[in-house]
Design a protein around this ligand. Structure first.
Ligand code: RFL
Ligand code: PHB
Length: 387
């Protein structure tokens, strides 16, 4: 089989890239290791920047996003009983949209057949070949047979644990691991507050988020040694009530969990994002801690740049976009890394921190509370830097 662009991974990065390329007539295929159900069972991001919602609109896959997406004009940073509201609409004239990654993924998956975007699910032993030649290829196994796809270019959109980054022999990783993870719970109960609240306090960090007016998403900071068995649902709800009852509008409502999971926190950037005819995009190349809600949005901006570069190459043989892709993407990635790291440091309890560091966090939030300039800096990063 021969295509113009072979994409590894059908997460948000791979799906968005596939649709962007197909919308301009570029012939491509996506090869995904997991099943469609498995891909949709991963509960992850919830907050979309306009960069991401604009791409969905440009692709015409925005019907459910327009109907169900919740426009958020502000969010809150809390510290003990104090709640500092960041009025993103007043400070930036823009907003973010609460719409689950699962829903965005579903919209892109369901639109794929009509747009002529083939997706091969359940592909095992995916391997990349001849990346430095003009005819790179992907092989994979499915239903007991080995398949080979030859392409002009390969897009590595296979996430942090994929094969693409590992196929680059001479990259450098810049990395910071955090000494805690986030324990998340999704439940069909009304959110405790109309807007997101990121809360820091003596018991650690907690986040109140949502998916709709009737579905809540909460997270708490847990030690890396914590296991799901340590957190029976009642204990988790007690903890959330202790954190959010004093500062939220309605208090925490309890209900059976639809999903509970623990994710470690990490900052990670891999340079280089290109090797011969292979280009990395999304979590394959970088990870941010979820505190800034940037991971999915960065995947979207990477593929917006990459699609533009590939389309330029196919339209008029212009290599400049491909040559410049990495520098353009990294400029935005490092700024999102900085913001996610900054909010993570401001809002979490680090085991190595003492009374001095807690006073520093408190002084920083004091300064934010009293300074429109600081609030603007936070708001413009949260809402997303321009492409
Ligand atoms: P994904 O979503 O990991 O998709 C990669 C796909 O590649 C497949 N794959 C392979 N396919 C073929 N061959 C192989 N060898 C393969 N290896 C892997 C995988 O099965 C998968 O389908 O990466 P992508 O597309 O780059 O998208 C990135 C986002 O998923 C990620 O950045 C966000 O979810 C991060 N994130 C958040 N981002 C936000 O923008 N806002 C948020 O509010 C937010 N909250 C979160 C998050 C991530 C979380 N976790 C669990 C990591 C909250 C959490 C808890
Ligand atoms: C979520 O709703 O899952 C969510 C929201 C904001 C974040 C991270 C996750 O920063």
């Amino acid at each position: 089989m021969k295509v113009e662009v072979a994409i590894v991974g059908a997460g948000p990065a791979g799906l968005l890239l596939g649709h962007l390329l197909r919308s301009k007539g570029v012939d491509c295929i996506i090869v995904e290791r997991r099943s469609p159900d498995y891909v949709l069972s991963r509960i992850r991001a919830g907050v979309l920047e306009t960069v991401t919602t604009d791409l969905m609109r440009q692709l015409g896959v925005d019907a459910r996003l327009n109907a169900d997406g919740m426009i958020e004009e502000g969010f809150n940073l809390a510290d003990g009983d104090r709640v500092v509201r960041i009025d993103i609409a007043a400070l930036t004239g823009r907003h973010v949209t609460v719409y689950g990654q699962t829903e965005l993924t579903r919209d892109l998956m369901e639109a794929a057949p009509d747009r002529g975007l083939p997706i091969v699910y359940d592909a095992t032993d995916v391997a990349l070949h001849d990346l430095e030649s003009g005819e790179p290829a992907i092989t994979y196994r499915k239903d007991g047979e080995t398949h080979r796809i030859q392409a002009d270019f390969i897009a590595g959109c296979d996430g942090f644990h994929g094969v693409s980054r590992r196929a680059i022999p001479d990259g450098r990783a810049y990395e910071r691991e955090y000494p805690f993870g986030w324990l998340g719970i999704l439940a069909d109960v009304p959110p405790c507050h109309p807007e997101l609240i990121y809360a820091n306090g003596p018991r650690g960090f907690a986040l109140a988020s949502m998916r709709s007016a009737t579905r809540s998403r909460y997270y708490i900071q847990v030690p890396l040694t914590s296991a799901l068995e340590d957190w029976p649902e009642e204990r988790l709800w007690d903890e959330l009530a202790a954190r959010f009852d004093p500062i939220s509008d309605r208090g925490v409502k309890r209900g059976p969990a639809l999903e509970v999971s623990i994710a470690p926190l990490r900052s990670y950037v891999f340079e280089t994002m290109r090797h011969g005819r292979l280009f990395l995009a999304g979590d394959a190349a970088h990870i941010v801690p979820p505190t800034g809600a940037k991971g999915l949005n960065l995947a979207a901006s990477d593929v917006a740049y990459l699609a533009e570069a590939l389309i330029g190459w196919y339209r008029n043989g212009d290599e400049a976009g491909l040559t410049g892709y990495e520098a353009r993407a990294l400029a935005r990635i490092w700024k999102a890394e900085r913001f996610s790291w900054y909010l993570t440091k401001l809002m979490h309890r680090f085991p190595e921190d003492g009374a001095f560091e807690h006073r520093m966090q408190s002084a920083e939030l004091d300064y934010v509370a009293g300074s429109r300039a600081m609030q603007t800096a936070i708001a413009e990063n949260y809402v997303g830097l321009p492409l």
